[in-house]
Design a protein around this ligand. Sequence first.
Ligand SMILES: [Zn+2]
Length: 166
Amino acid sequence: MNDCKQLETLIPSYLDGELSEAQAAPLRRHLLACQACRNAAQGERALKAWFQAEPAVAVPDGFAARIARRAFEGDTGEPRVAAGAERETPILRFVLAATSVAAAVLFLLAIALHVAELPGTDRLRADSASPQPLEEVLRELDRVNAESERAGDAATAGAGEAARGE
Ligand SMILES: [Zn+2]
């Protein structure tokens, strides 16, 4: 379909909020009708979130992909809508789903970055056979935090100074 190619080029601008309402309206209508373009927009959005949060330290291979896959499998963190909110439109649902996937990726990326800076986190490696439940990860982080507090991490303090010095 010719529309797809044409409208797909607008998706990045749309996600950046750079389109006028006159431009955005037909694109929104098309996204509602076209699964392929919806997927493209969703992928674009996740990718954008990923690059905006591009880390200074390496994250284990496949970590974000694994989280994103898990999110797409239904663990979207989609807000429980209060009764009476069933009139939620499909586009809103789409935006919520896309947003929660991006948020999940960012949240876990933040955890990953935190973990990467801390010592003794071998048990948190994301390449373990099965994904760790979030609660377990958070418990582990608490433990690691307590340890590094005791250790009085001089490197972290130094990095903090440098950041403040800028
Ligand atoms: Zn399309």
